[in-house]
Design a binder for this molecule. Sequence first.
Ligand SMILES: [Zn+2]
Length: 212
Amino acid sequence: MAFREIMVSYTAVDDRVHAAVLHELLLRQTPTVEQLARVTGLPAIAVDDAMGRLRERGAVVGDPTGGVVAAYPLSGVPTSHVVALDVAVAWANCAVDALAVPAMVGRPGTISSQCTLCSGSITIDVEGTVVRSREPAGVVVAYGGLTDCRDRPALVRSCPFVNFFCGEAHAAQWQPPTTWSGRFLSLDQAARLAVSNFHHVIEVYQRFRPEQ
Ligand SMILES: [Zn+2]
């Protein structure tokens, strides 16, 4: 009984800290323990403990200096996948991560990225799981080849495995990393998959996000 109560309270603290980390990254701010303690109203020691558990779970990716590199779907360092919302402009770790951000925030968003082959601009308007508009019209997403995002080297500027292409022709010409064993998704499939993959993170953020 006592053990169960402790587990429940750990979970609630972790979720509050997790949501606060996501919120700081959304605003392109550095989620230090001090800042997270201020935002959540939790003692710094509790925040520090929660951060340890979040890093262990892979929800937060740290660097050796104790900083935060990423909290999926958001990146703490610039990437080639930028998501603009009315409240913030954030960096996402990969194409699928970018597609999850508007649903997480609960606002429509515009993703700006590039074709992995030709570097041509790609612009996608997303609301929840629905792609409202896309430019160019034939955008596809390379997806897969990772057993776990934690296997990816931290501090990559974008994931080499999960990316946008301007169309099927350029997707077909792409020479993937030798370890890639993924597939191509239509943008609509990728948008639905993103929200489904990030279901838990979306729920945590919407429930525990700090006041704007
Ligand atoms: Zn292209």
